[in-house]
Design a protein around this ligand. Structure first.
Ligand SMILES: [Zn+2]
Length: 182
C-alpha cells in the first residue's frame, strides 16, 4: 500500500498525508503542518490567550451552527464505534468532568432523555429486568428513599438519612421473612 506522503512545514518530518488535517485552501487539500504540530500550535495559542481562543470558537460555532450539526451527525454515524470508544476513554480519564457534563445534559434535555430511556427499555426488556434486579438488590439510598416518597409523599430532601437507614433495614427484614416463608 503506497500512501501519499508530505513534509511537515514545521517539524520537517515526512509523514503520510493522513497525518495532516484537511485544508481546502491548500493545493493538495491538506494542511502544511502535521497533526501533531497543528495540535501543539493550537494548544500553545489556547494557553497564551485563552479568552481570545474561546471567543473565536464560540463565534465560529454560532455562525456555523447548522453546518456543524449536520457534519457532526454524519461523522458520528460513520465512526460510531470510534466515537463511542473515545467517549468512554474521556469519561474514564476525567470521571468528575464527565458526570458533570452528563448531569447538565440530562437537565437540559429532559424530554429527549426520557424518550431515549423508554426506547431502550422497550428494545431490551431482558437488560431492563436485570437492571431492576440490581437496583433492588443494592438498596441504595435513592432506591430506599423512593419507597418512602411513595408511602409518605415527602420529597427526598425532607427525608433524614437516619430514616432511610432505618427503612433499609426494615426492607431487608421483610425480604428475609418472605424468603423464610417460601
Ligand atoms: Zn510536524
Amino acid at each position: 500500500m503506497s500512501e501519499k506522503t508530505k513534509r511537515c512545514s514545521k517539524c520537517g518530518e515526512v509523514k503520510a498525508v493522513g497525518e495532516f488535517y484537511r485544508n481546502r485552501r491548500e493545493r493538495d487539500g491538506h494542511s502544511r503542518r502535521c497533526r501533531v504540530c497543528a495540535l501543539q500550535d493550537s494548544n500553545r495559542r489556547r494557553k497564551e490567550n485563552p479568552e481570545k481562543v474561546r471567543e473565536a470558537q464560540s463565534k465560529y460555532k454560532k455562525k456555523n451552527r447548522e453546518k456543524l450539526k449536520v457534519q457532526g451527525a454524519a461523522y458520528y454515524k460513520k465512526n460510531q464505534e470510534r466515537c463511542r470508544k473515545a467517549r468512554r476513554d474521556r469519561r474514564k480519564a476525567d470521571i468528575k468532568k464527565a458526570l458533570k457534563a452528563e448531569r447538565k445534559w440530562a437537565t437540559n434535555n429532559r424530554e429527549k432523555r426520557l424518550s431515549q430511556a423508554r426506547r431502550r427499555h422497550k428494545e431490551n426488556p431482558e437488560r431492563r429486568r436485570a437492571t431492576a434486579r440490581k437496583i433492588r438488590a443494592k438498596l441504595s439510598d435513592g432506591y430506599v428513599a423512593s419507597h418512602i416518597r411513595l408511602a409518605t409523599g415527602l420529597k427526598t430532601s425532607q427525608i433524614p438519612q437516619s430514616v432511610i437507614d432505618c427503612k433499609r433495614e426494615y426492607i431487608r427484614l421483610i425480604r428475609l421473612l418472605k424468603e423464610m416463608k417460601s
